[in-house]
Design a protein around this ligand. Structure first.
Ligand SMILES: [Mg+2]
Length: 372
């Protein structure tokens, strides 16, 4: 239900690249015996006392229902013939760097979303190509011929649509969502497929009779905002093909942070510190994949009554490891006045970056005119 005109800026050309089964594909590339086999990147649960979580697996393993974030035990049950490889993270970061170098040949605006995903704004690109699809094809070609890996690409006019497009056809997919087709495309899309709609939100939307993008387009945005806050309003805009988040290149990145909201409020120091550790691990992973090190840590805490406080700490050295970050975040937490109130949100952020050697090398390869 359109109660006011919406302006859709479809002037940008955005590509989202997602490497196909990244870690598993690298293992299969480098070890011919693993090719065509169900490879599962996780500790072998038979050797690790049942511990371990699948970080990714090959397409051969996916046909058995194995997927990332699943426990290794469950993966073994589903795919007893699966080959467990505990992973070579340093190698994955190095290959991710090689992929980024290929991106850098085509655009100044490259934003890494994770170790194997990135957004590129190719509206003004380095090869003067008019077609974003052509740039996407060239990138896929370079990644295949130089690294013998495949990726899926999505092309559209904003990051949200480009991400949905790259998810649409995998592996080795290339999907375009053109500006004039976007609204219809979104109308048919189940809300589960909306990037950013989490498992907890889906049933809440269904309760409101919202099952597809079309239902969101028809919904009253004021009701969505009342029910889900700013998130509800953004969801309405996304369903109408509006997502104004720019592609920010890694060099522009000022901070890396993760937040989590708890429907079950956290009570007590132990629970809070466990969560701070989990958030710190995720932030550290993101720092490493962006090749960033920082020394300013901020902890954000929102209580059940919505009072919010943030506290920061500067450390003498720049770092990117989870252990140091967890320690710093815990020390900050200890310095906060204890409270009986439940915690509804926790966040950990690192800033004060100094690019690592690799990104300095990357920046130094840029002809002077392109360095911002
Ligand atoms: Mg991927």
């Amino acid at each position: 239900m359109l109660i006011f005109p919406l302006h859709v800026d479809n002037s940008r050309k955005i590509i989202h690249i997602d490497m196909d089964a990244f870690f598993a594909s690298i293992e299969q590339r480098d070890n011919p015996e693993l090719r065509g086999k169900p490879v599962i990147i996780a500790q072998d649960p038979r050797l690790s006392g049942g511990r371990g979580v699948v970080s990714t697996c090959s397409y051969e393993a996916r046909v058995f229902g194995v997927h990332s974030a699943m426990s290794a035990i469950e993966a073994l049950e589903l795919c007893p013939q699966g080959i467990f490889v505990s992973g070579h993270y340093d190698k994955y970061v190095a290959v991710s760097q090689q992929v980024r170098e290929i991106f850098g040949r085509y655009s100044e605006l490259v934003q890494a979303a994770s170790i194997d995903e990135a957004y590129l704004d190719v509206t003004e690109n380095k090869i003067g190509a008019k077609s974003a699809m052509r740039v996407a094809k060239l990138i896929q070609h370079d990644i295949w011929t130089e690294l013998h890996l495949t990726c899926s690409a999505g092309v559209s006019y904003n990051k949200f649509l480009a991400k949905i497009a790259s998810d649409w056809e995998k592996p080795h997919g290339l999907t375009l969502i053109a500006p004039d087709a976007a609204k219809d495309f979104l109308a048919k899309l189940p809300v589960e497929k909306f990037h950013g709609v989490g498992k907890a939100t889906v049933p809440k939307l269904h309760e409101l009779g919202i099952f597809t993008g079309g239902d969101l387009q028809e919904a009253n945005p004021l009701d969505l905002a009342e029910r889900f806050g700013v998130y509800g309003w953004e969801l309405y805009l996304k369903a109408n093909g509006i997502h104004e988040s720019r592609v920010i290149s890694s060099r522009e990145r000022k901070s890396v942070g993760k937040e989590r909201t708890y429907s079950q409020f956290l009570h007590g120091e132990a629970a809070a510190k466990r969560e701070l550790e989990r958030l710190s691990e995720r932030v550290a992973k993101s720092l490493q994949s962006h090749r960033l090190k920082g020394n300013i840590v901020v902890v954000k805490l929102r209580y059940e009554d919505f009072t919010t406080l943030t506290k920061r700490k500067s450390l003498s050295v720049k770092f990117d490891d989870a252990k140091a970050l967890t320690e710093a975040a815990s020390e900050i937490f200890d310095s906060i006045e204890p409270s009986e109130k439940g915690i509804r949100l926790l966040g950990v952020t690192v800033s004060g970056f100094e690019p690592t050697q690799a990104s300095l090398e990357e920046a130094s390869q840029e002809p002077l005119s392109n360095v911002e």
